[in-house]
Write a protein that binds this ligand. Structure first.
Ligand SMILES: C[S@@+](CC[C@H](N)C(=O)[O-])C[C@H]1O[C@@H](n2cnc3c(N)ncnc32)[C@H](O)[C@@H]1O
Length: 262
């Protein structure tokens, strides 16, 4: 487990990109800001076009339904938030949260109606506000899984559910080699040729480095349990696409956090 000062970092420091934790935050935001206009294109290449379909299926499995209040954390260009808006309808509420202004601007352009700038580890919302919290492909970019999951448990209403989508490093050598080749060679080359963006190319390199060094699923699930979430489970597709689900217990859990952050 990558535990630093009581924090559970999703991956060890990647010193070739930043010298300190403070610098990491600025660097990551800078990379996403600079690549925001390219992100949807990169995303469609990385997911071989299945991205939106897969995300919608996962949201349906997590029970997102008309009238619900949903928070999407690390929303990026709003791919998931836009689907959620469609699923909850006019009576529901969807908030897309992200630290990158560039990404939020793209989300607004997509038609996401409510956006907020902020970090998943320190959510600017009152306790128990949301029926569902989602986070897709952003977990590797937070500073601390412990405070992230405590915040998720806090803002969920009792019985509310969490959905996290993330890419997991394959356990087998062949799967790892194939994914590394695709992410380190194919995607950056296509990005260079078709987008002519050194920033987007660098983001793809960083993306892979965080996947390769990310803590295993067991650590992520343990951190969820330690934050007081229950019914923690993981479903994995092709050994790569992880779908984590968890719930805030109907009573008891999140109490400690609620006392701290009302
Ligand atoms: C790879 S994008 C994912 C976007 C979108 N969720 C999707 O499914 O395509 C990761 C996003 O996480 C955001 N992010 C980085 N650090 C974060 C943090 N500490 N809390 C919340 N979001 C964060 C980035 O700004 C970026 O927009």
């Amino acid at each position: 487990m990558t535990e630093i000062d009581n924090r559970i970092a999703p991956h060890p420091p990647l010193r070739e990109y930043y010298p300190t934790e403070e610098a990491r935050r600025r660097r990551v935001d800078g990379m996403f800001d600079a690549s925001a206009g390219h992100y949807d294109w990169i995303n469609s290449v990385m997911s071989l076009g299945s991205g939106e379909w897969y995300r919608r299926q996962a949201l349906a499995r997590a029970g997102v339904a008309p009238g619900m209040r949903v928070l999407d954390v690390g929303s990026g260009t709003g791919v998931v938030a836009a689907i959620e808006q469609d699923m909850v309808g006019e009576q529901g509420l969807v908030v897309a949260l992200d630290p990158s202004r560039g990404m939020l601007a793209q989300a607004c352009e997509r038609g996401v109606r409510r956006v907020a700038q902020g970090l998943g580890e320190n959510l600017p919302f009152r306790s128990g506000l949301f029926d569902r919290v989602s986070m897709s492909y952003a977990l590797r970019h937070v500073g601390d899984l412990r405070s992230l999951f405590e915040e998720f448990a806090r803002v969920l209403q009792p019985g509310g559910q969490l959905l996290i989508l993330e890419i997991t490093r394959p356990r087998g050598r062949l799967g790892l080699a194939l994914l590394a080749f695709y992410m380190k060679r194919v995607v950056p080359t296509l990005t260079r040729v078709f987008r002519r963006s050194p920033e987007a190319q660098e983001l793809m390199q960083y993306y892979w480095d965080t996947i390769e060094t990310c803590v295993p699923p067991e650590t992520i699930m343990q951190a969820m349990q330690q934050a007081g979430l229950e019914r923690v489970e993981r479903q994995v597709t092709f050994g790569i696409f992880s779908e984590y689900r968890a719930s805030r217990p109907v009573d008891g859990v999140g109490q400690r956090n609620r006392e701290v952050k009302q």
